[in-house]
Design a protein around this ligand. Structure first.
Ligand code: TYM
Length: 334
C-alpha cells in the first residue's frame, strides 16, 4: 500500500431504515457517499438503533433494514471499497453511546431541532432514546475516528453536538477522539417537498405527491414532477421566495452537474411545463440503474447477509479499540 493510501481520510455516515428512502436522502447523502468511496476510507451504516426512537412494527423494521442495506449496494457502494454494516451488529455503538450520554448536557440536547420536531409529531411517545439520540449518533461517528461526515443540511446540528461532546471528553482525558467535520454539499443538501416547498422533503409526508421514493416507478416520478408546486411566474431562474422553482433547479443541478445559471439558460423562453418534464426525466434516468440493481440485491438475501456480516466484523475491530481506550481513560477496570 502506498503512503497516500495510508493517509486517506476517514468517512462515516449512516441512514435510518425507516420507511422508503427518498430523493432527498439520495441527493443529500447517498449520492455523495458513492462519490467519496474511492478517495476516502469509508464506513456506512444502517442506523437501526436510531430507528426505534419512534415505534416500529417488528416485521416491517426487519424488512426495512434489508431494503436499506440492498439500496446502499444498489446506489453503487462497493463492499471491497467501503465497510457496510448494520449499526446494532456492532455493540460498541450502544456502549459508547451510554458513556457519551454522561458527557452530554440536558440543556444541549433540549436545543436539538430534530428532537423538538419529533417530540411534537410523536407526542404520545417522547421517550428517553429520542432525547439522547445525539449521544448515539456521536458514538457512531467517534468510534471510527471519522474526519468527515457526509450528510444533508438537517443533520448539521447533530454533527456540531458531536464535536462539542468529543472536545469536552478530550479536554478531560487527552486526545481520545478525532473531531469530525460535517460534509454538506451546497447543492442537494436540502431537497424540499414538491407540494409545500418551504418544508423538507420527507417520507413521513402524508401527501405522496410531495416526495419521490428512490424506488418509485418512472410513471410515478413523472407524475409527481408534473404536479410539483411552482408559482405564477414562468421564468426558470432562481429567485427570492420562489421556493418551488428553486427546489426544482436544485434537484436538476445536483443530477446534471449544471449551475443554476446554466439551467436558466437551457430553459430560457420555455415554460414550467417543459422544465418540470426535464427534471422528472433526469430523476427517472438517475434512479433507473438503482432500481434495477436493487431488484438484484434484495432477491439474494444470502449475498446481502454475507456483505453486512463481513462489514460488521471489520467495523467491530476499529470500534472496540476506540471503546476500550475511552473506557480505560474514564477509569473502568478492563
Ligand atoms: P436520516 O435517516 O433521516 O437521513 C439520511 C440522510 O439523508 C439526508 N436527508 C436529506 N438530505 C437532503 N434533503 C432532504 N430532504 C433530506 N432528507 C434526509 C440526511 O441529512 C441524512 O444525511 N441521524 C441520521 C442518521 C445517522 C447518522 C449517524 C448520520 C445515525 N447515525 C452518524 C451521520 C452520522 C438520520 O436520521 O438521517
Amino acid at each position: 500500500m502506498s503512503e497516500i493510501e495510508l493517509e486517506k481520510k476517514r468517512v462515516f455516515s449512516a441512514i435510518q431504515p425507516s420507511g422508503m428512502l427518498t430523493l432527498g436522502n439520495y441527493l443529500g447523502a447517498l449520492k455523495n457517499w458513492k462519490d467519496m468511496q474511492n478517495d476516502y476510507d469509508c464506513l456506512f451504516s444502517v442506523a437501526d438503533l436510531h430507528a426505534i426512537t419512534v415505534r416500529q412494527e417488528p416485521a416491517k423494521l426487519r424488512q426495512q433494514v434489508y431494503t436499506t442495506a440492498a439500496l446502499l449496494l444498489a446506489i453503487g457502494l462497493q463492499p471491497q471499497e467501503s465497510i457496510i454494516f448494520i449499526q446494532s451488529h456492532v455493540s460498541a455503538h450502544s456502549q459508547l453511546a451510554w458513556l457519551l450520554s454522561c458527557y452530554t448536557q440536558f440543556g444541549e440536547l433540549s436545543r436539538m431541532t430534530q428532537f423538538k420536531d419529533k417530540s411534537q409529531k410523536h407526542a404520545d411517545n417522547v421517550n428517553a432514546g429520542l432525547f439522547s439520540y445525539p449521544s448515539l449518533m456521536a458514538a457512531d461517528i467517534l468510534l471510527y475516528h471519522s474526519d468527515l461526515v457526509p450528510v444533508g443540511a438537517d443533520q448539521k446540528q447533530h454533527i456540531e453536538i458531536t464535536r462539542d461532546i468529543a472536545t469536552r471528553f478530550n479536554n478531560i482525558y487527552g486526545d481520545v477522539f478525532t473531531i469530525p467535520e460535517p460534509y454538506i454539499r451546497k447543492i442537494g443538501a436540502r431537497v424540499m417537498s414538491l407540494q409545500e416547498p418551504t418544508k423538507k422533503m420527507s417520507k413521513s409526508d402524508e401527501n405522496v405527491n410531495a416526495w419521490v421514493a428512490i424506488l418509485d416507478s418512472p410513471e410515478d416520478i413523472m407524475r409527481k414532477f408534473k404536479r410539483a408546486m411552482t408559482d405564477s411566474d414562468s421564468n426558470v431562474c432562481v429567485g427570492e421566495g420562489r421556493d418551488g422553482v428553486n427546489n426544482l433547479i436544485g434537484i436538476y443541478s445536483a443530477i446534471t452537474h449544471r449551475t443554476a445559471d446554466q439551467v436558466a439558460a437551457e430553459f430560457e423562453g420555455k415554460g414550467y411545463g417543459d422544465f418540470k418534464k426535464a427534471v422528472g426525466e433526469a430523476v427517472v434516468e438517475e434512479l433507473r440503474p438503482v432500481r434495477e440493481k436493487y431488484e438484484y440485491y434484495i432477491k439474494d438475501k444470502k449475498e446481502l447477509e454475507a456483505i453486512y456480516k463481513i462489514g460488521a466484523e471489520k467495523a467491530e475491530k476499529i470500534a472496540n479499540r476506540t471503546l476500550g481506550k475511552a473506557m480505560k481513560k474514564i477509569g473502568f477496570v478492563i
